[in-house]
Write a new protein. Structure first.
Length: 526
């Protein structure tokens, strides 16, 4: 028997001849593991029978009196792996437990060192409960996109997608484990015949999952979160989302053991869960219980609907993932979702930019960007995709297969992300939304005002507030969200009490605006 211990930062299947791994990620130091990296244990064990069902394996990792129990998984060819992402620096020791003698009672140790530059740790919910931060406290301002089966395309197509992402605005990618459109990789389970539904749910194809996790690693190298969607209703001919409860649980435990240590992984239990008619609400609740138990790294968890909202207040849900084509047509509807959920809200699907004849894929670039801004002013987050194809085939668009972006919204979303990252941490909130101020920010310190499709020529400078704390001085910027310009207004605005509810600057009661659509204002305390 051989035992190998190594820190895994990147690697896996190469994507095309030109997709070279960055030098800093290609070589990992032996023995040491950076905080929030991956310490991987590879063990030789039994390959006969059905190792996925017959063999149990886990390891207990311990440091400073803290113990974390981590499940292992079978990776084919008699090799078993355990992946652990240490949450703290220092000396760690581990010991395995297994029903297979060759895997049982193995032990080792490693040193967890300080994280390298760019490693801010996994994303968590912020202490205020409505935004996201990395484990080291760095804010995460979500500008996400969806490309369902990009990771299952050819190496060349995947390389093209990654090249597009490298220069784009997106820091989160929603992606399916099971294919929903024509793909190169289609068989996560061992096939038992020629029919599409001829496969064995008790036997995974490790090569399929090895290929998928390589895409997760490569997103991580670009600083992009992988929002991994476990089930969806659009594989009826194969039936991957219609397995029995025991098979669903086996699958969830397997992907949690394989992918859960990657610090850029988020879990989405399903896309349009309520269109999977073979599962009840009790089934979904049960599967979340399986996932929580199988994931010692406690990654973010959500579920996405088409018509019936899941109860996002349930304790295993970390944030709401919502499909709603109208919720971010203004900021007030967006904020209501947050007020009812009491958690971060990501409108992952708000209709797509594209040339489709379908109502869900025909937004202009301006309409796509407008939804992001309304979501921001509502204290929430929004997701993007596009469905451009010469034949109006969504399967061959960015939404289905990835590749290149051809729409006009992406540069404007990059501009928006820069504004968000230049703002307060961890994020901004709607300010007195029930009184129609249409403002977001931090009271008495920072404000954003978005005018959307309106074309005002001026704005009355009035802010909600009363008393000495509201009598602040501000500089104001006029932001053209479409042309991506920021124009400072000369001078300072000194606020004083206007009435029982608002403050203003009596010497400068208005700010001039250019009379164009897609304008915004930013006020920052001097």
């Amino acid at each position: 028997m051989t035992v190998s211990r190594r820190t895994v930062l990147a690697g896996g299947v190469a994507i095309g001849a030109s997709a070279a791994m960055p030098a800093a990620l290609a070589a990992a130091p032996t023995g040491d593991c950076e905080r929030w990296g991956i310490h991987e244990i590879a063990l030789d064990g039994p390959g006969r029978g059905n190792p996925f069902d017959d063999v149990t394996l886990e390891a207990v990792f311990e440091s400073g009196g803290r113990q974390i129990r981590v499940p292992g998984f079978y990776d084919g060819d008699g090799v078993y792996r355990i992946r652990f992402s240490p949450p703290d620096t220092g000396a760690w020791v581990w010991r395995t437990a297994s029903n297979a003698p060759a895997l049982d009672n193995r032990s080792g140790r490693f040193a967890c060192i300080a994280p390298r530059a760019g490693n801010h740790g996994p994303v968590r919910v912020s202490k205020d409960g409505y935004h996201f931060v990395h484990a080291d406290g760095t804010p995460f301002r979500q500008i996400g996109t969806t490309s369902y089966s990009w990771a299952l395309q050819s190496d060349a197509k995947c390389a093209e997608t990654l090249a597009t992402l490298k220069g784009g605005p997106f820091n989160k990618m929603r992606m399916l484990v099971f294919p929903n459109v024509p793909s190169v990789a289609t068989d996560p389970f061992v096939r038992t015949g020629a029919a599409l539904d001829a496969w064995d749910p008790t036997r995974f194809d490790p090569a399929y999952f090895r290929r998928f996790e390589d895409r997760i690693r490569r997103l991580g190298a670009l600083g992009i979160e992988a929002d991994v969607i476990l089930f969806h209703p659009y594989d009826e001919k194969r039936g991957y989302s219609d397995m029995k409860r025991a098979d669903d649980a086996r699958y969830i435990r397997y992907v949690a053991a394989r992918f859960g240590a990657f610090r850029n992984v988020w879990w989405s239990m399903a896309n349009e869960y309520d269109n999977i008619k073979t599962k009840t609400m009790a089934d979904w609740d049960h599967l979340f219980g399986v996932l929580v138990a199988a994931d010692p790294h406690d990654r973010l968890r959500s579920i996405h609907q088409i018509n019936t909202y899941y109860d996002h207040r349930k304790p295993w849900i970390t944030h709401a993932s919502v499909q709603n084509g109208a919720a971010v047509l203004d900021d007030l509807r967006a904020e209501l979702h947050r007020a009812m959920t009491l958690k971060p809200v990501v409108f992952d699907e708000v209709v797509y930019e594209g040339n489709s004849t379908k109502r869900w894929g025909s937004l202009t670039g301006q309409e796509m960007v407008q939804r992001f801004w309304h979501g921001l002013i509502g204290g929430t987050y929004v997701g993007h995709s596009e469905t451009f194809d010469p034949d109006q085939n969504a399967d061959r668009s960015w939404l289905g297969q990835g590749g290149r972006l051809v729409g006009t919204s992406a540069p404007r979303l990059k501009f928006l992300r820069e504004i968000m990252e230049d703002g307060p941490a961890p994020g901004i909130d709607a300010i007195q939304p029930w009184w129609n101020y249409h403002l977001a920010g931090i009271p008495n310190a920072y404000y954003l005002k978005y005018f959307g499709s309106e074309s005002p020529t001026e704005w009355r400078v009035a802010l909600p507030g009363r008393g000495p704390a509201a009598a602040q001085r501000y500089r104001i910027d006029v932001i053209d969200t479409w042309n991506m310009t920021i124009s400072p207004v000369a001078g300072v605005f000194a606020m004083s009490q206007l009435n029982d509810y608002d403050v203003h600057d009596p010497a400068r009661p208005t700010v001039a605006l250019p009379g164009r659509q897609w304008m915004a204002l930013r006020l920052r305390k001097v």
